[in-house]
Structure formats: C-alpha cells, structure tokens
Write a protein that binds this ligand. Sequence first.
Ligand SMILES: NC(=O)c1ccc[n+]([C@@H]2O[C@H](COP(=O)([O-])OP(=O)(O)OC[C@H]3O[C@@H](n4cnc5c(N)ncnc54)[C@H](O)[C@@H]3O)[C@@H](O)[C@H]2O)c1
Length: 458
Amino acid sequence: MKFKKKILSIGAGYVGAPSMVMIASKCPDYKVTVVDINVSRINAWNSDQLPVYEPGLDAIVKKTRGRNLFFSADVEKQIQENDIIFVCVNTPTKTFGAGAGMAADLQYWEKTARQILENSQSSKIVIEKSTLPIKTAQAMERILASGNGDVTFDVLSNPEFMAEGTAVSDLENPDRVLIGSRETQSGLAARAELVKIYSHWVSPEKIITSNIWSAELSKLVANAFLAQRVSSINAISALCEKTDADISEVARAVGTDSRIGSKFLKAGIGFGGSCFKKDILNLVYLCHFYGLPEVAAYWESVVKINEYQQERFIANVLQSMFNTLAGKKICVLGFAFKADTGDTRESPAINITRKLLAEHAEVVITDPKALTNAAMDLAQDAGKIRYVEDPYQAAAGCHALVIMTDWDLYRNLDYRKIYKSMVKPAFIFDGRNIVDQRKCFEIGFNVFPIGKPALSRL
Ligand SMILES: NC(=O)c1ccc[n+]([C@@H]2O[C@H](COP(=O)([O-])OP(=O)(O)OC[C@H]3O[C@@H](n4cnc5c(N)ncnc54)[C@H](O)[C@@H]3O)[C@@H](O)[C@H]2O)c1
C-alpha cells in the first residue's frame, strides 16, 4: 500500500509508543514507525507482552501493528525514510554537574538532534513531544542548521498531556492538543501539517496553536499547576488531622466552587510518577536561571510539601505502632505510582518502603502490575523484601497494611478475611483514603486515614 505520509517517533516509551499507536489507529493512510535504541523494548512492542501496561492499548496495537504501525531498532534508517519526526526521548532530571538535581538532562535529546542531522537527506519536520525546558527548540534549530544547508528542518513543539493509566482515552479524547511553531512561512506550513494529522480525530476547537515558546512552557506549567493542587490539599490534610476536620468533606466543599473545580483535590500520600517532580524542578531551575528567585521558591514549595506528606505518613506509622517497627511485618498494598499502570518511577511507595526497611520492618509488597518494576527499584534491598501478587497471601501474618496505590482492587478486598489472617492489633494506614474506613474499624482494624481523625482503639 502507498501511504500518504510517513511519521516516525524516536523513543518507544510511555509517551512515544502510545501516542504513535493512536495516530496509526486514527490515520490508516499514514505509515507510523516507532524506533528506540533499547532493542529489548522494541522486541517487546513487537511481541504479545507489551512493555507498557495501559488499559485498552493491547487491542489497538493488535489492530494496527503490521498494517501501518511498525516498531524498529534501526534508528538511522528510519530517520532517512521519514518526513515527520516526533522526538519522544526521556528528559530526566540531571544527576551531575551544573543544575544537578534540578535541571533537565538533555543528553538523550541532543544525541537525537545530531542523529537526525547526520541521517537526513531530505527536509523534515521535527516535533518536540518530550517535555523540555523553554528555549530548547532554539538549541535544536541551531544543531539542525549546522549541516551543509542542503536540507532544512522546521522544529515544532507539541507537548503531550496524556496521563499514564488513562493514556488511551486521553489520546483519543484530549482536552486539547497544543502545537507551537515559529511564526515564519515555513514554520506555519509545518504547523499546518501537524494540525492535519490531529484533525483526523480531534475537533478544530481543541487544537490550540501558539508560538513555540508558549507551547514549550505550557507543558511545564500545566504539570506544575496539577502538582500544586495535590500539594495544596495535602497541606490542608495535615491541618485536618490536628483539628478533627475531614479532608474529604473540606475538598468537596471547596471543589464544588466552579472557579476551583473538584479534580486533583484528593488528599493522599503525595504525587509520584516520572513527570511532576522533574518538571517542577525544571521550572524552578529555569526561574533561577532567569533571575526570579521568588518565583522559584514558590514552585519549589510544591515539591517540599510532597516530601513532607511522606515524612508525616511514615512518622505516623511508627508512632501509632508503639514507636517500633523492628521485626514487624508490613504489607505494602500497591507499588505503582497510581492505579492502572505498572510504572513505579518516583512512586511514593519506594520512599516509604525504604523508610520501613530502615526501621528494620519486614516488608511484603503486593501489586497487580508493578512487581517487576518494584523489584528493580529495590534491587539493593533484595532478600529483605517479599513480592507476592495475591493481596490476601501478602497480608497474611502481617501487623499492618500500608496502602500506597489507589487500585480499585483494594477498595473491594475482603477485609474481614484479611483481618483474621493478620497479627493483632492490626493496622491500616490508608495512604490513598480508598478503603471503607469505618467498616474496617468495625471489623477490628485500627485505621489511620490521611486528613481525617484516626479510628483506633489504642
Ligand atoms: N510518562 C508520561 O506520562 C509523560 C507524559 C507527558 C510527557 N512526558 C514526557 O515525554 C518524554 C518521554 O517520557 P517517557 O515516559 O515516554 O520516557 P521513557 O523513558 O519511557 O521513554 C523514552 C525512550 O526514549 C529512548 N531513547 C533515548 N534516547 C534515544 C535515542 N537517541 N534514540 C532512540 N531512542 C532513544 C529510551 O530508550 C526510552 O525507551 C519525557 O520528556 C517526559 O517528560 C511523559
């Protein structure tokens, strides 16, 4: 079949692959290829065991793979063959040198820019989909312009707003698609090409266009605002615990104000995931760089409250269990950073588990999708932790349940059966406020929610 256009994603991770799967599904007349330097990841995308768990993704991959969707490890050849290239490589926080612990590590992104330049024999549109510091497009343009001038490149910014766990529905029905470009003739023409792709399934009023810097910055700001709401409600949860107010009732009362809205107002153990912390720290770094220390301090406090929430949680576990966890068995219910994903990057469960181990507790971890990643995250502590997929078996013989992930599964477990199998007094520390806390208390548990009075007989 002759395809109308050929589209490439460099990067087959949580963003690159699902977003290309959606384009392939909605644009059968386009050939879509996803490449990665990680060969085992590519092999997994070509197998029945996809490397990323997302509800609904398997079915679309089955429908499109081999038709107009292809996964390949041959990065150079695919750059040569494709005209529209999405750059979806990782941009983690830098761990070394200037800006360590804050700035974005742009080494993967820069290598990609050079690879595109070296392997291009025809002009191309290069689209930043990775989350990048503002002004990165300028650096990309400079690298791409450093060739012999035979081929030209237009750089666009098209940040991805999908969330893990709901990637398929977010990609299928996005709140908006944002496309930033240079406002030159060729920049606007490149922008129109990308609008054409999304127009296959996204209505025109949801496709927002802007200048390239606004697009780059908007992604960082969107994540900072989302995380800020989580930290705001979590900060108030600490006050609720001191005053007998109930954070769910406060959140409901506050969130019904249409100016505020109810989403992202759920108190809990704090945000995790590969993006929120990284992107806020990147924003903080940029504010310092541009001489705005007050703005930097404002956004940094969002990360600090997130850490504080975890410190409070673990202090509460220790104090409630008579100030010693040594030799006690603790069941960590859920390890993914949120429900419906196997991703554990920056999951609060990592930090909490390490703190439990530091108190010499024996830890059992259960999760329906994230045990492989959990074992990798905690490889240094191998031998000290048991991984058990069945939550009932995991909880048996434990002194406490520590709920870390809001999996639906944990709402409806048979807590009476679990209680019977545990050491008494039995505790639940509900880091997500998802269990029926009153019912669990009536069963016999001592229940410690977030932002609500404890239900305890001790
Ligand atoms: N994960 C999310 O929910 C999410 C949402 C929106 C935006 N983002 C942003 O998207 C970007 C990618 O995130 P992710 O979660 O998909 O990361 P990821 O680590 O899962 O995937 C990135 C992939 O890029 C590959 N890669 C790196 N350098 C390469 C190169 N030179 N050539 C080919 N492949 C290369 C890596 O091997 C890896 O598989 C980041 O900037 C992130 O901030 C992520």
